[in-house]
Design a protein around this ligand. Structure first.
Ligand SMILES: [Zn+2]
Ligand SMILES: [Zn+2]
Length: 345
C-alpha cells in the first residue's frame, strides 16, 4: 500500500510500505477513505516531536471502512463505516473509567506519533471498540473527518473547560481550525459575544461568517485594549488556541474577575504567568489534551445540522496528491488554507 511516511526533519514522502495487519485481538484494520493534515503533523515534519521516529506513517484523523477485525472486537465488523478518534483508548483502565481517554494507560495520542497513522491506504487501530465510532448511514464523511480531532479539541478543551455559559463574553485567540471549532461549538451555549482574534484577515472574515460577533486583527497591535473596548471589564472566557507566549499573555490580560482561561494551544516554551496579578481575581486556568469523549454527541449535532464542520474545509485532494496537500497546508496563510481533505479517490 502507499502511505505518507516521515523520513527526517523536513522530509516526508508518499511511498510504498507494507500493509498493516491485525496484531492484537482488539485491533481493527481500517481502509481509509478520507483523511486530513493537522497542524501537529507540521510540527512533526519540522522535527519538533522527537518521539516520532523516521519511517513513521503520519496522521491521526480520518474515516474509513473496516477491512478486518480481531477476534475480541465486539462493536464493529467488516464493512462498517467508522470515524477514527485521534485518541486511542482501552476503555478499561483507571483513566478511561474517568473518561480521561487522553491518558489511557495503553492509549492516548498514539496514531501517527508512536504507531503508524491514518495518512495511508490502511491503518491498524488498537482497542477498536473504544477508539472508533460508527458513522450513521447517510452522514457526510468529509464533515466527520473534522470530528477525529479538531472539533472535540475545540469543544472539550476550549468550550467545556472554559465553562462557556449563556450570555458569556467569549474571546478566542487564534482563528485556526481548532479556534474555529471552538467558535462553532461555543454557539451551543449562546454566549452574548464571541470575539475572534487573529493576524489573518481571511480567517477573520470566515470567523465572522461563522458567527463571531467581533473580530480583531492582531497585526495592528494593542489587542488587549481593543478587547477591553468591546466589553465592560474583560471577557468571561478566554480561549487560547495558538500556543505561544504572546497569545497566552493576551488571555491573562483580557479575562475578567471570576473568568476562565482555557488553554488549547500546544506550547513549546514557558509563558510569563502573572500570578502576582491574577491570584486575587478568582481566575480558573485549564489545560488539556483532547479526550474525544464528546465525539458521539458531536456526531449527533452534525447529523442534525446544528454543527457544520464542512465550513472549515478549503481544499480537497486525492491520495496521489498528498505531497501537494502538505505543501498547500504548510503554506496556509498564502494559500488561504484552513482544513484540507485527502480522499482515496
Ligand atoms: Zn491533530
Ligand atoms: Zn484506558
Amino acid at each position: 500500500m502507499n502511505a505518507l511516511v516521515y523520513l527526517d526533519p523536513g522530509k516526508i514522502a508518499w511511498k510504498e510500505v507494507p500493509r498493516p495487519t491485525v496484531l492484537e485481538p482488539t485491533d481493527a484494520l481500517v481502509k481509509i477513505t478520507k483523511t486530513t493534515i493537522c497542524g501537529t503533523d507540521l510540527h512533526i515534519l519540522k522535527g519538533d516531536v522527537p518521539a516520532v521516529t523516521p519511517g513513521r506513517i503520519l496522521g491521526h484523523e480520518g474515516v474509513g471502512i473496516i477491512e478486518e477485525v480481531g477476534s475480541a472486537v465486539r462493536s464493529f465488523k467488516q464493512g462498517d463505516h467508522v470515524l477514527i478518534s485521534c485518541i486511542t483508548s482501552c476503555g478499561k483502565c483507571e483513566y478511561c473509567k474517568k473518561q480521561l481517554y487522553a491518558h489511557c494507560e495503553d492509549g492516548g495520542w498514539k496514531l501517527g506519533h508512536l504507531i503508524d497513522g491514518t495518512q495511508a491506504e490502511y491503518v491498524r487501530i488498537p482497542h477498536a471498540d473504544n477508539s472508533l465510532y460508527a458513522i450513521p448511514p447517510g452522514a457526510d464523511e468529509e464533515a466527520l473527518v473534522m470530528l477525529s480531532d479538531i472539533f472535540p479539541t475545540g469543544f472539550e478543551i476550549g468550550v467545556l473547560y472554559g465553562a462557556v455559559k449563556p450570555g458569556d463574553v467569549v474571546a478566542i485567540v487564534g482563528a485556526g481550525p481548532v479556534g474555529m471549532a471552538s467558535l462553532l461549538t461555543a454557539k451551543f451555549f449562546s454566549p452574548s459575544k464571541i470575539i475572534m482574534i487573529d493576524l489573518d484577515r481571511s480567517r477573520l472574515d470566515l470567523a465572522e461568517k461563522l458567527g463571531a460577533t467581533h473580530v480583531i486583527d492582531s497585526s495592528g497591535g494593542d489587542v488587549v485594549q481593543k478587547v477591553l473596548d468591546q466589553t465592560k471589564d474583560g471577557v468571561d472566557v478566554a480561549i487560547e488556541a495558538v500556543g505561544i507566549p504572546q497569545t497566552f499573555d493576551i488571555c491573562q490580560h483580557i479575562v475578567r474577575p471570576g473568568g476562565h482561561i482555557a488553554n488549547v494551544g500546544v506550547h513549546g516554551k514557558s509563558v510569563n504567568f502573572e500570578l502576582q496579578k491574577l491570584w486575587i481575581r478568582n481566575i480558573t486556568v485549564t489545560t488539556g489534551l483532547v479526550n474525544t469523549n464528546t465525539t458521539p454527541m458531536l456526531i449527533k449535532t452534525v447529523e442534525s445540522n446544528k454543527l457544520t464542520p464542512l465550513d472549515l474545509i478549503t481544499h480537497r485532494y486525492t491520495f496521489d496528491q498528498f505531497m501537494e496537500a502538505y505543501a498547500v497546508f504548510g503554506n496556509a496563510a498564502v494559500e488561504n488554507a484552513l482544513k484540507v481533505i485527502i480522499s482515496r479517490t
